[in-house]
Design a protein around this ligand. Sequence first.
Ligand code: SF4
Ligand code: SF4
Length: 296
Amino acid sequence: MFHQTKEFPVVWIQGSGCSGCSISVLNALSPSITNTLIDEIVPGNHINLLFHSTLMAGAGESSIAMISRAEKEHESRYFLVIEGSLSIGEKGIFAMVGESNGQHLSMAGMTAKLASRALAVIALGSCSSFGGIPRCKPNPTGITSIAAFLESQRINTPLINIPGCPPHPDWFLGTLAELIVHGLPGPQELDELKRPKLFFSDLIHEHCQRRAEFDAGKFAEKFGEEGCLFKLGCKGPYTYGDCPTRKWNSGVNWCVENGAPCIGCIEPEFPDKFSPMYEKITQDRIKFFQIGGGAR
Ligand code: SF4
Ligand code: SF4
């Protein structure tokens, strides 16, 4: 029986970052990135990735022209994915999307232009969601979060934050599939940081395989030892995400299971307030987070 496939245009731009979010999504297992881009992401629905400077074959003016095409032909129908931080220092000169007619196209200018005409904006990764590593003190390039930037520009397009350094591929593809199947999320489906509750509801600490050792007061004093990693700097008690149950690298393992403390890479406090990464969090910072199990 004939059925018409619905197409969802996606424009993906990159600011200050390392492209790690793209690499993470490219490693998706089910659906694979090939399935996602070539087949139907969910039955009857196909993603049309119109612009992604790392993945697309085109270059130069012809690839930049795809952005204008998306704006004109798919106004209010495309998803704008923003990877990397948004720099507004020195009129945005530190982050460029490309050039057109010899003019620099700043990330800030392009974000404002594209976000205002998008169906929804997805801030992918901690850099775009909250500023991430490029926003570290003293923040020399004037990094701001996408949420703060959109507010400053009075752009009301719905925003979803999918943090992570990098984000898990399931968090991105699952969110995209949810958007396509169920439409824009209601306020009850996002937390106060605009993260999908589907993935960011529970503390890492609640489902950690080393939790029994934490409760029994058995702490590792050195890397490689048995025991809870709290004294080695684990931020699991302050971090909301499903890493212990979803696991990484196609479900093989995750940070704590592999002997590395959680560094809280999905929280807005990362990395400045979670540093030093591998030292037990101090009393003054515990007050800051109001720790005691599920502070937020
Ligand atoms: S290793 Fe970290 S997340 Fe796991 S129980 Fe200890 S403090 Fe909590
Ligand atoms: S366990 Fe912590 S550091 Fe590791 S990916 Fe999850 S949130 Fe990030």
